[in-house]
Design a protein around this ligand. Structure first.
Ligand code: FA5
Ligand code: MG
Length: 387
């Protein structure tokens, strides 16, 4: 709990910095290692996963229930660990290589050169292992610079699951430790999917994570697409060895709670989770999984295109960050619709921005203003040349 208190003080000081606008702008301008915009600062401490009436909280509780009723060993639960973590916790402790893209300023929010907003709940694996936990669930808000569409948002929620096995668990099976853990993991997660959804179409995909081997992703069929809802795998032995469990094996998973909740409650757009609109909030009920979200009439989207010559430092994540900075949750999707390089070697991109409010219709004037500001900010901040 001393950790918890420390964490709170840190969050408060940052939020206070965020509140006193000038002070924070100064900090950001002076500290080139801070790339956290106001819109993201303002999400710290919201804790949607700790609201029992909110779809994210309802889902968390339903997953807790699955683990409480299906395992003889209790899973220790954490949902208040501080989202500000060290670079070491977020990356080194889970064996993310020094040159991995996820460490870049393009992908991760840095508070300073040694502190990030965690980009996954895996950041807590090592410390909890060292504290002696062998079965645990960690739920929390995670932060990523990312593209913009209906299933991606720069703040979302994950639940990490971790389970350690000892030799007397896998030895009688005749399987090697890794196969035993992999089988148990898939059984556990398929059982969870059945607990939440009943019958649902799903498939396993082989993938890569630095901290597990083998590694898998689970996809669920949703609105005519396969939607990736979680990553998982058998924990790298190096992580167990470093954290006091050299003779064990373990599995781990990281669930995207918004993605699961979208399927479960039929929520069409990830921005809705952040809505304060009564017409959204009031549709959900503590403990009830069966509710299907009824969209309050869908307002029409408005599309605006923007073409420019890019430079070497241009990235889509930076573009999305600028657009979000202007339009906030009024931007629904940003997609590259044209891309060519001319004879002189200059590359042009055309992006289509979809503006749509979840709560009301937008006026032409409002959209034109937004687009005008977006163009100006993109010019100023990204040093591109508009066409
Ligand atoms: C991870 O974050 C790994 N730490 C998961 C893991 C844990 C693997 C333990 C192995 C062992 P990934 O980057 O794929 O993996 O994210 C996990 C899930 O988070 C995704 O499957 C997806 O459901 C969700 N997710 C990722 N990015 C976003 C986003 N921008 N918005 C909403 N949900 C997202
Ligand atoms: Mg993934």
């Amino acid at each position: 709990t001393t950790d918890k208190r420390k964490c709170r003080r840190l969050v408060v000081s940052i939020l206070e910095l965020g509140g006193v606008k000038i002070a924070k702008d100064d900090v950001v301008r002076d500290d080139p290692t801070n790339n956290v915009p106001d819109t993201i600062f303002s999400k710290l401490g919201m804790q949607l996963h700790r609201r029992n009436q909110h779809p994210i909280g309802i889902l968390k509780n339903a997953i807790y229930e699955y683990f409480d009723t299906n395992f003889s060993t209790k899973f220790d639960k954490f949902d208040e660990l501080c989202p500000l973590v060290s670079v070491k916790q977020n990356f080194d402790d889970v064996l993310v290589p020094a040159d991995h893209v996820s460490r870049s300023y393009n992908d991760t929010y840095y508070v300073d050169s040694q502190t990030v907003l965690r980009c996954h709940t895996s950041a807590h694996q090592a410390e909890l292992l060292r504290e002696g936990h062998t079965h645990f669930l960690v739920t929390g808000d995670v932060y990523r610079r990312d593209s913009i569409d209906s299933t991606h948002y720069p703040v979302f929620h994950q639940m990490e699951g971790f389970r350690v096995f000892s030799p007397d668990e896998w030895e009688p099976s005749g399987l090697d430790a890794t196969s035993y853990a992999a089988e148990d993991l898939k059984k556990c997660l398929e059982g969870l999917a059945r607990h939440l959804f009943g019958a649902v179409e799903m498939r396993w995909i082989d993938t890569y994570f630095p901290f597990t081997n083998p590694s898998f992703e689970l996809e669920i069929y949703f609105k005519e697409n396969w939607l990736e809802v979680l990553g998982c795998g058998v924990t790298e032995q190096e992580i167990l060895r470093r954290n006091g469990r050299p003779d064990n094996v373990a599995w781990a998973f990281g669930l995207g709670l918004e993605r699961l909740a979208m399927v479960l409650f039929d929520i069409p757009d990830i921005r809705l989770f952040w809505s304060n609109d009564e017409r959204f909030i009031s549709q959900f009920c503590s403990g009830q999984l069966g509710i299907k979200f009824k969209p309050f009439s869908k307002y029409p989207p408005c599309y605006k295109d923007m073409s420019f010559w890019i430079n070497e430092s241009f990235t889509e994540n930076n573009l999305c960050e600028v657009i979000r900075g202007v339009a906030g949750d009024l931007v629904e999707e940003v997609s590259l619709i044209d891309n060519f390089t001319n004879k002189k070697g200059m590359t042009s991109h055309c992006y289509r921005i979809a503006y749509r409010s979840m709560e009301r219709s937008l006026t032409d004037e409002e959209i034109n203003d937004l687009q005008w500001n977006v163009r100006e900010q993109v010019l100023n901040k990204l040093n591109v040349v508009l066409r």
